[in-house]
Design a protein around this ligand. Sequence first.
Ligand SMILES: [Zn+2]
Length: 123
Amino acid sequence: MHEFSIVSGIVERVLEFLETEKVSRVTTVRLAVGEFTFLEAEQMRFCYTAITQETGIEGSVLDVETVPATVTCPHCHYQGRPKYWDDALAFTPMPTLQCPTCGKAAEAAQGHECTIKSIQFVR
Ligand SMILES: [Zn+2]
């Protein structure tokens, strides 16, 4: 599971923060996750609860904020939302790297990120 290793890395960083900042309790960890990562928020929260058990941040909440994908096309200079691919098996439409105007290969401008946006804590 892709989500599991990503969330493990995030938990490690939050635990480090807890240690270095001498924080007594972390309440919420907010992530900014791009659409091109194809990470599912529900899966991530599930992994987070499992991984944080019996750690210093057990009971804290993982908040996942979706960063919309945008592309730029080197062929027709289109800039904006990508073309979405409706996969019947996916919960949400998947962004593709196909230019919505000319149909050629576009480049991702935004949507590959998976970063900690903020950590809410009690000193
Ligand atoms: Zn184009």
